[in-house]
Structures are given as C-alpha cells and as structure tokens.
Design a protein around this ligand. Structure first.
Ligand code: PRX
Length: 655
C-alpha cells in the first residue's frame, strides 16, 4: 500500500503577525538563518545563553552510537539551580513564580525566593530519606504547587522522577512503580476535582498491597501531602507526612551540579499496543529546548507576562511548560487545580480575568468543548489581557482555531499550533509568533535547529503538495534518550522503520502544502483506505467541525464490502442546535456538507450523533474503540479511557 495520504481539504486563510506584536516578540527571522548555517553551533549557543553551566561543555552532540545521543556531554549543570536559585541571585526573588488557584477558590502566591526555599527543604527531606542520584521517585499528586516542588527537589538531588497522572488507577500506578523500581512515592490525601475531594492515597496503598510484587519490594516510604483534609489509612514506618518532614528540614541546600546527560525523568506513555513505555529524558539538552521554546515559540517575557499552561503535571506538557521551561526562564505562571467547569462553566475565563493572563496554552479538546457550550460563556469575561494563544496535543481543526482566535483571543492574538510528543520532550514544529504568518490548522515549520520531513514508506522525501509520514531527520537536544530498561524497544519503535536513513519515525501522518508548510494528519494507525484512497481522519473531522452545528467529530474507517473501508463519523453537536433540530435531519445535512466540502469520496457512510467521545485522560480521541463499534465488534480494552461509561452508551446507541 502506498503511504501517500490523499489531500482533500483546502484552507486559504492567513494571518500575518501585527507590527505591534512583531516589534516586541522574542523571536526573529534571524534565528532560522543562524540555525541553518550551523545547526549544532546554534544549539550550543542556545545552551550557553539560556542556561547556567557549573562546568561548561566543550562537546555539543555525540551521535557516534545512534540512536543513543549525548548532548553537551562533558558539561555539568543543576536543573534546579537554573529554575530557582539563579533568579533569586539575580535579584528577582520577589517575582511571583506560581499563582496557584485551588478548585475550591483558595489561592497561593509563591515567589521565586519562597519556591527556592521550599525546594531546598524538600531536597533535604529526600536526602534524609536516603534518596540521591539515580534513585527513582514516583510523584502521584494533584495539580498543586507541591507537585512542582517535588519534581524540582528530585532534580536538585539528581534523582529521577516518574510523575504518574493522578487520574490513573492503582493498577496503572503499580505497573509504573514496578517498571521503574521506585524507592519513594510522593502522594496526597486527595485533590479537588469537580467540587469533591478525589482521593489518591488509597490507590497508592492498593498498588503497594500485594506482598511479593516489585513495587512492594522497592518502595521504602510514602510521603503524603495534606491537601484534601480527609482521613487516610496509615502504614507505620512506611508513611510520612510531607509537612512534618519539611518542618524539620533545613532551608539551606546547595545545588550540586550533575552531568548534562544525568536522567531527569521517566514519563510513561501508552502506545496503541503493549505496556506503557517509560520515556527517558535527561538534563542539559532537555532544559535547553524547553527554555528555548518557552522563550521563542510561547514568546514569554518573564518580567511582564502571566503565562498559563493548562496541562496537568502528569503529562509531558506539564513537565516542559509548567515545571521546567517557565521556571528556568523566570516566568510568572498560573497553576489551577481543578476542572474547567467547576463550579461553573466559565471558570477558566474567570481565572484569565482574575490574574490578567497574557499567554494561554491549552489543547484542542478543551477548545472544542468550549465551542460546544457556546461563546456566550467566555464573552461574560474580560479576556483582553491575552496576547498569544497556544495549542498542543492533537491537530486543531481550522474552525476550532478560528473560534479560539476570535472568541478567546478577541480576533487579534496570534495562535501557535505546536506539534511535539512525549518523546520529543519539547515543541518541534510550530509557527514563530511575530515572524510566521499563521495558517489555521497547520503547525507549519520546524523550529530553528530542528530538521523534519515528510517521506513515503521507503523514506523518500515527498514533494510539496503531498502527504506521507512525518520523520525527524537529525537528532535534537530534548530527544528521548531511551525507553527505561528496554533499549530494544526504543530502537524498534522509533528507529527501525527508517534505519537506513537514520530517521526518527514519529508515527504521525503529515502533508506538505505548496509552501512547504506542514499539516499534521493524525496517527498513521488511524488513516483510512476508501476505494484505494488513503484519507486522513483529521481532514474529514475538520470538515465536519466546519459545519456550524458541529462541536466535535471523530472519524474512523469501518470495513465495507464495496469500498474496502467506509467513512463512519461520530459527531457531537453544539447545544444550541440540538434544541431546534432533529439528530437525523442534522446527520443528513452533514453527509451532504462533507461531500460538498471535500468531495464524495469522503462522504460518511454513517453518522452517529453522540453526547460524548471516548477520550484518553489527556483528551485524545481513542478511534480504535470507535472502529470496534463501527465494525460491530466487541469493544476492546477501555482501561485507558477517562470515562469508561462512554463506550457502553455509544455501543448501545449504534446497535
Ligand atoms: O499525534 C501527535 C499528537 O499527539 C501525539 C503526541 O502525544 P503525547 O506524547 O501525548 O504528547 C502530547 C503533548 C505534546 C503526536 O504524535 N499531537 C501533538 N501535538 C499536535 C499533535 N497533532 C497535531 N498537531 C499538534 N499540534
């Protein structure tokens, strides 16, 4: 089968940056020229300019043993010093680092001086528990400042953290504790979600309950942050209160340097098959690209901006754009504990107004759910402080992009659609605000110093105007250094497909338009083949979302006797439309609409109007499950779904 993905949807809107925005932007076109002239030299300059090195490096990239890279290999730095102490030493100790908003409405303003002192105490606490360089510490916490403090404390003592998203079950936690052979777990008595305390400690107790399993053997202590205030079961000698330990700990702690390639964290990411992979990131290269992208793509100006990345620290976005990047840059950021609709659907916009947020970075799934509720909700708030918006995690459909710009951004903010992965560690493809004229729906161009391409099955570059597979053709500073404990899986998953060329295979379909700009087309596993044409889920979904009645859509290929596969769509309608139209009438309209927008080949055979779509906890649609329903099969493994009830409802509806 050819890897050519047929291109169906044209989007011709363009938004040049305003002169006002361009004048103040950190990014300039000159960065691209410098990087093109000397890629490695460019990254070396960035590493020196953006970070403090205790021991300066002399080597830039060591690629003598691919795919195992070393960046800045003979240098030494402290990630924690870069995120904390150096700002205090530079006289910025009084600057607010974290503006915390709890879901119940409690708030904390934490300055860089205060955050540094807390991390020093937490580092002393870790050392008092015998945790040091190379030890694995699991962090299973709500979105509270202690999560960031715990991560930075690990970094400060050279330990490797493994943050496990607080919504994961005891089983998921246990498999991650086992795989990493964690020595310590940091958790809480609970966190606020949807107006209630959602407990965490019972899952830790359960994960450690079965004697004789891995985690039970390796975990020595469980440190518990008090947040929810509810009673917790207590295992003497094993369990310790965070506040007791921190009260006893000294606020003096010297930030020792570690080698640039010292592992900073493991983050588990579930592939479509098999057990989760422990993606490993190290220190110097990772932090360089994290800071670089916060500065030049998110355009953060530390002395004036209020940045808000809405991702949970359980995801890579929460690592690079909450914990490490903004803090290494010395920025002020909002951190919000709860869900967007609690206690009312305008909560996020209330937060933007309250703190005067200037840069908002979020996911298309959130934007589409706000579209579903309607513009009247954000329009009740003053969002005029916003000057830049970012998107990450999935392709953003052009209509959602326009809605985001018009309704949230007041029709004036640039939007940066940032493509990257847990594995890439930081943004790889995105417009540079102030430089790039943006195109709704396209992530557009690789960063300066990043080399990507779109190739066919054989690894040949496709011409502009064509689609294929997205690859990264040169090593990059924040690249994953491996899969924890499984070098073969690392090589096999990411490097085997284009071993001859030495390309990193991202698993995504992509297209280059006539200008050479890149459009992401969804995971390759989700591409459909209709009558011999390879169609991307993203384009048909975008056409559906472009209809005024649609809030969100998921498209899959179902087996079909005539066409091989047929397009089947699952559509969520905007609340205002459901009130005045029948679902059947709208489904008919939508089939005609897709046919008109992109051609009869893409017309859905079936359209199901649904209330919810199956999503992972990070908000990605699980099309695999919808394919099961469309094919009339038993629905596969739903354990990674945010809400497992969704699939039963959809299955019943389709039957
Ligand atoms: O398919 C791409 C999609 O999300 C995948 C990576 O997911 P994860 O490791 O969970 O990291 C999410 C946060 C970086 C990619 O392979 N993806 C991410 N960003 C975009 C995207 N697809 C299209 N456009 C994006 N901006």
């Amino acid at each position: 089968m050819s890897s050519q993905i047929d291109h169906l949807l044209d989007e011709n809107r363009r938004f040049a940056p305003s002169a006002e925005f361009a004048a103040q932007a950190n990014g300039t076109a000159e960065l691209y020229e410098r990087a093109a002239a000397d890629r490695e030299g460019f990254w070396a300059d960035q590493a020196r300019e953006l970070l403090h090195w205790h021991t300066p490096f002399t080597e830039v990239l060591d690629w003598s043993n691919p795919p195992f890279a070393k960046w800045f290999g003979d240098g030494e730095l402290s990630v924690a010093y870069n995120c904390l102490d150096r700002h205090v030493e530079a006289g910025n100790g009084d600057r607010v680092a974290i503006l915390f908003e709890g879901e119940p409405g409690d708030t904390r303003r934490i300055t860089y001086a205060e955050l540094t002192a807390e991390v020093k105490k937490a580092a002393n606490m870790l050392e008092s528990l015998g945790i040091g360089q190379g030890d694995r510490v699991a962090i299973y916490l709500p979105m509270i400042p202690e999560a960031v403090i715990a991560m930075l404390a690990c970094a400060r003592v050279g330990a490797i953290h493994s943050v496990v998203f607080g919504g994961f079950s005891a089983d998921s936690l246990r498999s991650r504790l086992d795989d990493a052979a964690a020595r310590l777990v940091i958790t809480a008595d609970g966190g606020y979600r949807k107006g209630k305390v959602s407990p965490l400690k019972p899952a830790v107790d359960q994960a450690l309950a079965d004697r004789g399993t891995g985690a039970q053997e390796t975990v020595e202590h469980v440190v518990v942050v008090r947040r929810g205030g509810n009673d917790v079961a207590w295992t003497e000698d094993r369990d310790l209160w965070w506040h007791d330990l921190l009260d006893q700990a000294s606020a003096e702690h010297e930030a020792r340097p570690f080698p640039a390639e010292n592992p900073l964290y493991i983050l588990y990411t579930s592939g479509t098959t098999g057990k989760p992979k422990g993606v490993v990131h190290t220190s110097g290269g990772y932090l360089t690209q994290a800071v670089f992208t916060n500065k030049y793509i998110l355009d953060i100006h530390p002395d004036t901006d209020v940045f808000w990345c809405t991702a949970d620290i359980g995801w890579v976005t929460g690592h690079t754009y909450v914990a490490y990047g903004p803090l290494a840059l010395g920025a002020t950021q909002v951190m919000y504990e709860g869900t967007p609709e609690t206690p009312q659907p305008g909560r996020w916009w209330d937060i933007v107004q309250k703190y005067g947020v200037t840069i908002l970075y979020t996911a298309p799934t959130a934007i589409r759910s706000f579209m579903k509720q309607g513009r009247q909700i954000p329009q009740q708030y003053d969002l005029s402080t916003l000057r830049l918006l970012g998107s990450v995690g999935e392709p953003i459909n052009p209509e959602a992009w326009i809605w985001y710009r018009d309704i949230i951004g007041g029709g004036k903010t640039p939007i940066v659609d940032t493509w990257w992965q847990t594995e890439t560690g930081a943004t790889m493809i995105a417009p540079m605000p102030g430089v790039t004229s943006t195109k709704p729906g396209s992530a557009q161009v690789p960063l300066p110093g990043i080399s990507v391409d779109v190739v066919d099955e054989q690894g040949n570059r496709v011409e502009n105007g064509n689609g294929g597979l997205l690859v990264v053709t040169e090593p990059w500073p924040s690249m994953l250094r491996g899969v924890w404990g499984d070098p073969e899986r690392f090589t096999e998953t990411y490097w085997a497909k284009f071993a001859d060329q030495g390309y990193y295979f991202a698993g995504d379909g992509a297209r280059k338009d006539e200008d050479g700009d890149i459009w992401l087309l969804g995971r390759v596993d989700d591409v459909m083949n209709v009558s011999g044409h390879r169609l991307s889920t993203t384009e048909i979904e975008s056409a559906l979302v472009a209809h005024e009645a649609t809030a969100e859509a998921a498209v899959v290929g179902a087996k079909d006797d005539t066409t091989g596969e047929a397009v089947v769509a699952f559509v969520i309608l905007k609340e205002s439309y459901l009130a005045v139209h029948t679902p059947e009438g709208l489904a008919t309209q939508l089939r005609v609409w897709v046919s008109e927008q992109i051609g009869p080949i893409a017309r859905p055979r079936d359209i199901y109007i649904v209330g919810e779509l199956p999503k992972t906890r990070s908000g990605k649609i699980m099309r695999r499950l919808l394919r099961d329903v469309a094919d009339g099969r038993e629905v596969g493994d739903t354990t990674t779904l945010a809400d497992t009830a969704v699939m039963s409802i959809i299955s019943a509806q389709v039957k």
